[in-house]
Design a protein around this ligand. Structure first.
Ligand code: R5P
Length: 277
């Protein structure tokens, strides 16, 4: 039985179809004081809770879903398509928490195992007190791309070059390269141009997540006379005015997966989750 989080109903429905499993008709309520309540009507022998934690409310709801499901199922598997707080995977300044570890510990209390998609750092899987594996869904990002001319698959930093290679391989050809990124603050990102030439070519920029859009919009502005520019990512957070920033930077299209359900979620990670379950 698939138990969806309220913000992950699309990916949960796709996963239910992939696995030919039932989808629980969970009820979601919100009290006047802001607190939440869920009702899980049935859970089967194995409850598969599918809930991204892209907001604080979604974190709370996931813990509630796990608790309700564990009372009704022999086994609880937790699928977190997008794991929030994963980017705070260390204490960057004295006195800061390792937020990813704190979240992982809480989530571990209500489940037998965890699956998550392209966490920001693979090491976060080690923060869980139950077995946790990551799924690489980057290859799926090639699916919505149109036919490309002299394609260049570019990541905004060296850490994301494997994503660019995965998309290039799934697309079936093209060059890969990366920018050097220097982050001065949350919204101030300096990017130094790559070696590859971009004039007259279709450029596909790839990252694990687009949050404020600063990294990608800065990268687009560094491209010299490209033919078309496509931006794609696993987790399309697109907070605040990120989509507008990308449009104003000159992007031709933005694509993401349904780990975070947005208008740009053009491809589902459900087949990758189904393979891993
Ligand atoms: C950082 O290392 C990540 O891979 C992304 O590049 C970053 O989180 C994107 O954030 P933003 O869209 O706010 O620049």
């Amino acid at each position: 039985m698939i138990i969806p989080g309220s913000d992950s109903q699309e990916v949960a429905a796709s996963l239910a179809a992939e696995l030919d499993e039932s989808l629980a008709a969970v009820e979601y309520e919100r009290f006047a004081d802001g607190e939440r309540l869920v009702r899980v009507p049935e859970a089967g022998d194995r409850a598969i809770v599918v809930a991204s934690t892209a907001s604080d409310a979604a974190h709370v709801e996931l813990l509630q879903l796990q608790d309700a499901a564990s009372a009704r199922a022999d086994e609880v598997v937790t699928v977190i398509p997008y794991m929030g707080y994963a980017r705070q995977d260390k204490a960057f300044e004295p006195g800061e928490p390792i937020s990813a570890r704190a979240m992982a510990r809480a989530i571990s209390t209500g489940t037998d195992r965890v699956l998550t998609i392209n966490p920001h750092e693979e090491a976060v899987t080690g923060f869980f007190d139950v077995p946790c594996s990551s799924i690489d869904a980057a290859g799926r990002l090639a699916e919505p791309l149109p036919e490309l001319s002299e394609p260049l698959f570019l990541s905004p930093d060296s850490g994301a070059i494997e994503l660019a290679e995965a998309v290039r391989d799934a697309y079936g050809g093209g060059e890969t390269d990366y920018f050097e990124k220097i982050r001065h603050s949350d919204t101030d990102v300096e990017i130094q141009p790559s070696d590859a030439t971009t004039a007259g070519r279709d450029v596909v920029l790839i990252d694990d997540i687009i949050a404020t859009g600063s990294t990608m919009s800065t990268a687009i502005e560094q491209l010299s006379d490209p033919a078309r520019v496509f931006v794609t990512c696993v987790h399309p957070m697109l907070a605040a005015n990120a989509r507008t920033k990308l449009a104003n930077a000159g992007v031709d299209a933005v694509y993401g997966t349904d780990t975070i359900e947005r208008a740009v979620s053009a491809v589902s990670v459900a087949p990758s989750i189904a393979d891993a379950l």
